[in-house]
Design a protein around this ligand. Structure first.
Ligand SMILES: C[C@H](O)CC(=O)C(=O)O
Ligand code: MN
Length: 337
């Protein structure tokens, strides 16, 4: 079986969990340990990507560029990766990130909107970066639609395309159908990004690998939005047992997990009722914290908000809808009392 290349996403997807309050010191320490453990790709950005620090998504404690620079200083042989959602992040942000030391970009679009990634992928390639497409909310489109959109990213010059289970809603058969179809038709590598909202992240990741994905995301201690991602240290142990090469040292990654658990995690990354309902209803994982805040503000059940957001097929970038939905539920409650 081919070598698997892991991207550690705790310093980006985990940014949602810490309300985007990572400091340069934390980023420097974690990046150095990840690099020494042999993790090849380390993603460092605001949870919503370059330019995400805003009223809509939450302000960062420190500028993305300062965090990227801190990581790049200690990254050794690992590559610093950034996430960019066109419209939130711009070409200007991408060039700044490159100058600060980022060498890989994942251009993330909603699964039906790959056409907006063209300019960003082409610019990244012109800068000499690796450029990957990242199709968010892939559970919500048919395998054929995911393939159509992945082919667009390939035609723009992407080096790989990720099937992204943003809501942690995919069943193993959903992963199998999508990765199998992509593997049969793409000439570039395929990646998979999971969320653990239904406790399926490791299992789904193994299905993706079995179907030919060679680029996998993990977050140490599950430090990612919702219930977190595929837990890096668990995945490394499982892949070791299966004889699949990752180049990552198990004991070093376990030591770092102990550090992150003791010093960074604000709370254990359990599958809470909120995150479980997200997987069940197919809601974007980074909405969890916003839904809890809206529920408390308006005095309604966060689960009702999440179920309604699932029905509305709300996508990333529509965070302002969360409070509107909460208010509507509160009004309905008053009306029916
Ligand atoms: C901006 C999102 O948090 C990207 C991501 O990690 C996902 O869709 O999942
Ligand atoms: Mn994610």
């Amino acid at each position: 079986m081919s070598q698997i290349y892991l991207t550690e996403v705790a310093l980006r997807d985990g940014s949602h969990v810490v309300a985007h309050q990572f400091s340069s010191e934390q980023v420097r320490y974690v990046t150095k340990q990840l690099s020494e453990a042999g993790v090849p790709y380390i993603e460092v950005t605001h949870g919503d990507g370059l330019g995400g620090s805003s009223l809509q998504y939450g302000f960062s404690k420190e500028h993305d560029i300062a965090l990227i620079r801190a990581a790049a200083e200690v990254a050794g042989d690992s590559k610093i990766t950034v996430l960019l959602i066109p419209g939130i992040g711009t070409i200007h942000h991408l060039k700044e990130a490159y100058e600060a030391g980022a060498r890989v970009v994942r251009v993330a679009t909603h699964v039906t909107e790959a056409d907006v990634s063209k300019q960003h992928i082409e610019t990244a390639k012109a800068l000499g970066m690796e450029a990957f497409g990242f199709l968010m909310m892939s559970h919500s489109a048919s395998p054929e639609k995911v393939l159509e959109q992945a082919l667009l990213m390939e035609s723009y010059g992407a080096d790989a395309v990720y099937v992204t289970d943003s809501a942690g809603a995919m069943l193993p058969s959903d992963v199998q159908n999508r990765i199998r179809l992509l593997r049969a038709h793409l000439n570039i590598e395929i990646g998979f990004h999971a969320h653990n909202n239904l406790s399926l992240a490791v299992a789904n990741t193994l299905v993706a690998i079995q179907e030919g994905a060679t680029r996998i995301d993990g977050s140490i201690c599950c430090l990612g939005a919702g219930a977190g991602n595929t837990q890096t240290e668990v995945l490394v142990a499982v892949l070791n047992r299966m004889g699949i090469e990752t180049g990552i040292d198990l004991y070093q990654i376990l030591d770092l997990a102990d550090y992150v658990r003791a010093n960074i995690l604000p709370h254990p990354q359990d599958i809470t009722t909120g995150s479980l309902v997200m997987g069940y209803a197919g809601v974007y994982s980074s909405f969890l914290r916003h839904a809890h805040i809206a529920a408390e503000k308006v005095g309604v059940d966060a689960r009702d908000i999440l179920v309604e957001l699932g029905k509305l097929n709300v996508v990333g970038g529509q965070e302002d809808t969360i409070i509107e939905v909460a208010q509507k539920i509160a009004q309905q409650k008053v009306g029916s009392a």
